[in-house]
Design a protein around this ligand. Structure first.
Ligand code: FAD
Ligand code: UDP
Length: 385
């Protein structure tokens, strides 16, 4: 590898691919992208399994956004399959829509009571409003409180315990706020203006995104083996590197975990192919009270792939992240202590000349794909001259 690059991008997920494209295209820069995995796309990577079914290798990825800039930008690299994700919560075998909405209400309570609760919800919060579980639990009306307890117990408590290893009130409130209570009959998991799945899959989108004469890609390359940071200076393959670096990996690993490891949650995925057309009625069923896994996803619902005689599903088992060599850090655990530790690493990164942190791992945040794309475009706006 020669140091002939204007820009080194570490990681080829959404953050890395978009910022690389922008430097290559808008900035006319020669960009090298490295990724330690054997493929592009980061956690949004998809591929065909041995049964010929298109799967999302790192968990179900549904694109949704309010941003026309993000949607228009990605639409340069893909056509879209119209898809609105729907999720059911399985509560001891009974299934209701999640986010909990007015349909869920009528499935959970007898009609007269559901009607009363519906009227109360509309009069307190308003039609089509989104209410977080912590807001609802703060209600003083005894019937609404009973409803809050029901939703807390049957939708949030056990699922969150499995996902995060702790109770909902012990994690950052923004996490459970992602799945509000919806005062409407809308069964969709997301209400964003734009939603869909790349028509040819995410990997194909990524191939087009990085297909530019100024971009070179090297897979199976960990930045730890090529990039050194010494005294605020950058070295690429042991030679001083005066170009720009955009780093989208885990920030603690960048500095050899010198202040200690940042905690994450990881996931174990179990894939099964069944000899039938469909396994379940919707793309995802959340097991919110029992079962050791959090959810089962059936990919054909999401991808639209037509295969009559088989279908692949995936079970997700959340775990504590303990083995950086074998596991993937999927979720930052955002609490005060961890954010203080993160800030120490960030300060170190800021002391390096022309060096930027971008993405879910590097920023230690719970960002969706669209937010990452938006942040990459905004960073490009501010640093590409
Ligand atoms: P990543 O996709 O993690 O990419 C980082 C890349 O950097 C990886 O390829 C990694 O191999 C590479 N890398 C890391 N360290 C190094 C290093 N030292 N050297 C070289 N390469 C390195 N978002 C949605 O909008 N909708 C969804 O439905 C959705 N579902 C999700 C489901 C799950 C289970 C998970 C975990 C996430 C989901 N997301 C979803 C979030 C989405 O995955 C992220 O927003 C997106 O992947 C972030 O992109 P990124 O580039 O920041 O990170
Ligand atoms: N959640 C829950 N029950 C559900 C769905 C979500 O308790 O049926 C909580 C859980 O804490 C989860 C968070 O809400 O981590 C956010 O859920 P989301 O589906 O947005 O998580 P994702 O899978 O996208 O990371």
């Amino acid at each position: 590898m020669k140091n002939e690059w204007d820009c080194l991008v570490v990681g080829c997920g959404f953050a890395g691919a978009v910022i690389a494209r922008e430097h290559a295209e808008r900035g006319g820069k020669r960009v090298l992208i490295i990724d330690k995995r054997s493929h592009i796309g980061g956690n949004a990577y998809d591929s065909y399994n041995n049964d010929g079914i298109l799967i999302h290798n790192y968990g179900p990825h549904i694109f949704h956004t309010q941003s026309s800039r993000v949607f228009d930008y990605l639409s340069r690299f893909t056509k879209w399959r119209n898809y609105s994700h729907e999720v059911l919560a399985d509560i001891y075998g009974k299934r209701i829509p999640v986010p909990f909405n007015l349909n869920s209400l009528y499935l959970s309570f007898e009609h007269a009571k559901a009607k009363r609760l519906e009227q109360k919800l509309i009069s307190v919060y308003g039609w089509e409003k989104r209410v977080t579980i912590s807001e609802l639990r703060g209600q003083t009306d005894s019937e609404l409180l009973e409803l809050a307890d029901f939703i807390y117990e049957n939708v949030f408590m056990h699922y969150t315990q499995k996902q995060w290893g702790t109770a909902p009130e012990d994690i950052d409130p923004s996490v459970t706020a992602r799945v509000p209570i919806l005062i409407s009959y809308d069964n969709r998991y997301f209400q964003d203006k734009y939603q869909g799945i790349p028509a040819e899959g995410y990997t194909s989108l990524f191939e087009k995104l990085i297909d530019h004469p100024n971009i070179e890609l090297q897979l199976n390359t960990d930045s730890a083996s090529v990039l050194k940071l010494v005294g605020g200076k950058k070295f690429l393959n042991d030679k001083p590197f005066y170009g720009r670096v955009i780093y989208t990996g885990a920030i603690d690993e960048l500095f050899n975990c010198c202040f200690g490891r940042l905690p994450y949650r990881t996931l174990e995925f179990l894939f099964e192919t069944h000899e039938k057309t469909w396994y379940q009625p919707k793309g995802t069923i959340n097991y919110t009270v029992d079962r050791p896994y959090t959810r089962i996803t059936e990919f054909k619902h999401i991808t639209g792939q037509i295969v009559p005689d088989k279908t692949t599903i995936m079970k997700e088992y959340p775990r504590e992240y303990t083995d950086a060599g074998r596991e993937i850090p999927y979720y930052a655990i955002m609490n005060t202590e961890n954010l203080v530790l993160y800030e120490r690493y960030k300060e170190l990164a800021e002391s390096i000349d022309d060096f930027y942190l971008l993405g879910r791992l590097a920023e230690y945040k719970y960002y969706n794909m669209d937010v990452i794309v938006e942040r990459a475009l905004m960073l490009a706006d501010s640093i590409i001259v």
